[in-house]
Design a protein around this ligand. Structure first.
Ligand code: ADP
Ligand code: MG
Length: 269
């Protein structure tokens, strides 16, 4: 579905992602993790073509994304970026979700079509915001707003969904609600999803594979069990942790150690 080959990109005189190569399979839920500033959002910006690669290429189903039209790309790849949560426009929820249909507009078309209406009704029901239809986006709670933003992305009817920390600022109930929704989209709609998460335990619970970034480079990539080991986490985050088996999910459970920052164990079994 998605192939990133030898990608180098970044900001003038500043941070760069260096030589990033990985692929995401059809229907996979791939997590991107890494410390603050390691380049997670930058990588999503490159995949969504906000940032131009300096070197390398990004292929969506074998086609270079920089050779696709903007509308064509937006009909296939939808993004929920970190800044999207700052929306405070004077939009009703329904009008906001309708924005996701813009890539399907014909020239000079002003009114939405029957298909637009149907898709929007569908995605609003899927994300459980139908009852909020006439409410103002700016008045929603954090969880409701995040669902509206995801609904707007889904209205694009994408094949690939990119999410940048969609659960940040949400309480645990809303975190689980959003990630259960993401998992449901993967299973029921066979969506391919790339999600940036900074909570390692959430990444452990929901992702099929993880890509771990450190200082703009891929530190490692693999299954949650392969990546979420104490030695890898301690090395990358410079913080000791204890990794147990989650009694509910059997996935790696990362336990933080108070007072441990900087005191990383060396060469321990
Ligand atoms: P992450 O999402 O992993 O926390 P980012 O990809 O947002 O990291 O940022 C990586 C680095 O790039 C940081 O050092 C950040 O300061 C820098 N950076 C992010 N956005 C910009 C920008 N628009 N211009 C210049 N530097 C930026
Ligand atoms: Mg970020």
């Amino acid at each position: 579905m998605l192939r990133v080959k030898n990608l180098t990109c970044g900001y003038e005189d500043g941070f760069f992602l260096k030589d990033i190569t990985f692929s995401v399979n059809d229907g996979e839920l791939m997590g991107i993790i890494g410390p603050n500033g390691s380049g997670k959002s930058t990588l999503l910006r490159a995949i969504s073509r906000v940032l131009k690669p300096l070197k390398g290429e990004i292929l969506f189903k074998g086609e270079r994304i920089d050779r696709m039209g903007f509308k064509e790309l937006a009909q296939k790849v939808a993004v929920v970026s970190q800044s999207a949560e700052e929306i405070t426009f004077n939009f009703t929820v329904k009008d906001y979700v309708l924005l996701g249909r813009i890539p399907y507009r014909k020239r000079f078309q002003i009114l939405e079509t029957k298909t637009d209406e149907r898709v929007v009704a569908n995605t609003m029901s899927l994300t459980d915001i139908t009852h909020l239809s006439e409410r103002n986006v700016g008045e929603l709670s954090g969880g409701e707003r995040q669902r509206a933003i995801i609904a707007r992305a889904l209205a694009q009817e994408p094949e690939l969904l990119l999410l940048d920390e969609p659960t940040v600022h949400l309480d645990i109930g809303h975190q689980i609600e959003i990630l259960d929704l993401v998992k449901r989209l993967q299973k029921e709609r066979n969506l391919t999803i790339v999600i940036v998460l900074h909570d390692l335990n959430l990444a452990s619970l929901y992702c099929d594979r993880l890509l771990l970034l450190k200082e703009g480079k891929i530190y490692s990539i693999g299954t949650t069990e392969q990546i979420l080991t104490y030695s890898i986490i301690e090395e990358v985050y410079e913080t000791p942790v204890v990794v147990e088996k989650n009694p509910v999910s059997s996935k790696p459970l990362i336990c933080l150690v108070p007072g441990g920052k900087g005191k990383v164990r060396k060469n321990e079994g």
